[in-house]
Design a protein around this ligand. Structure first.
Ligand SMILES: [Zn+2]
Length: 273
């Protein structure tokens, strides 16, 4: 089946019944227990169809993702300083392998999971790594990794609890789970206007620093750290633009700090098993 219509009657993380949740717009509800902002009516599309479809078959999108180097270099540094070592890493939803290529250059042993056949092939050619071209949830493989990364994926997953549980099961003791997500406190409207986002399915849920921490703790992770995410602004080769490129991240780091670690457009959550 390519699409499945689901009505969520409970919070997909902690199970609080929807009647106890407060309404946010026409489709979203906020759970009073874990603060997850989740959509009630969900059209769940087979991830292979979803991410191949209008997305990775578009050459402009492939090009856009292949240029996201500088933010991923910063993210790798954050992971290394949090974990204290480099080892085996799995990128779930690795797309065209931009992060894996950087991780490989920095001596990680890399593997990826990517449902889109087009993106998985590009990732495999760039990294020479094992890329599982499949939906992570149906992947019949349990490796054990020092780190598993999930960049901009969790918002599109109909059952995020099952997804994080599978990630937990595949991480070695003392390894880390790394999640990049947009921050719902920063405002949904701006993102709904994004032309890139319109090409994929609408969000199933949105996260805040509190809801992502609660979800990770509930599954069994500990020591959750939330950082403002490095900004993806690659692609423009203009010299002035290149000089100014580090500025937004520096500004967001300060705004995050002075807002008691609440405000940043995107966040990186790192949790230890
Ligand atoms: Zn909840």
């Amino acid at each position: 089946m390519l699409e499945k219509y689901l009505v969520r009657i409970r919070c997909p993380i902690c199970g609080t019944i929807i009647k106890l949740c407060s309404r946010q717009g026409t489709q979203f509800y906020i759970c009073p227990e874990c603060y997850l902002c989740f959509r009630k009516d969900v059209l769940s599309t087979n991830p292979v169809i979803l991410w191949e479809g209008d997305y990775y078959t578009n050459e402009q999108i492939i090009k856009h993702h292949m240029l996201r180097n500088s933010a991923f270099r910063n993210i790798e540094r954050i992971i290394y300083s949090s974990l204290g070592r480099r080892g085996k890493i799995l990128d779930v939803g690795c797309g065209v392998g931009t992060f894996l290529e950087i991780a490989k250059q920095r001596e990680w042993q890399v593997e990826g999971v990517e449902p889109s056949p087009t993106a998985a092939k590009v990732a495999q050619l760039r990294t020479g790594a094992q890329i599982y071209q499949e939906d992570f949830l149906t992947l019949d493989y349990i490796g054990h990794f020092d780190a598993i990364t999930i960049f901009d994926v969790l918002r599109t997953i109909p059952d995020p609890k099952q997804f994080i549980q599978k990630v937990f099961d595949m991480i070695k003791p003392s390894g880390v789970c790394v999640i990049r997500e947009t921050n719902a406190w920063y405002g949904r409207t701006r993102r709904e206007k994004s032309s890139m986002q319109k090409k994929i399915q609408e969000y199933m849920q949105e996260w805040t620093p509190i809801s992502i921490e609660k979800a990770l703790l509930k599954i069994g992770f500990s020591n959750v750290q939330i950082y403002p995410s490095p900004v993806f602004i690659d692609g423009n080769e203009n010299r002035i633009y290149r000089l100014l490129k580090p500025l937004p991240y520096i500004i967001f780091k300060w705004v995050h700090l002075v807002s008691a670690r609440v405000i940043s457009p995107n966040m990186i959550a790192i949790a230890r098993k």
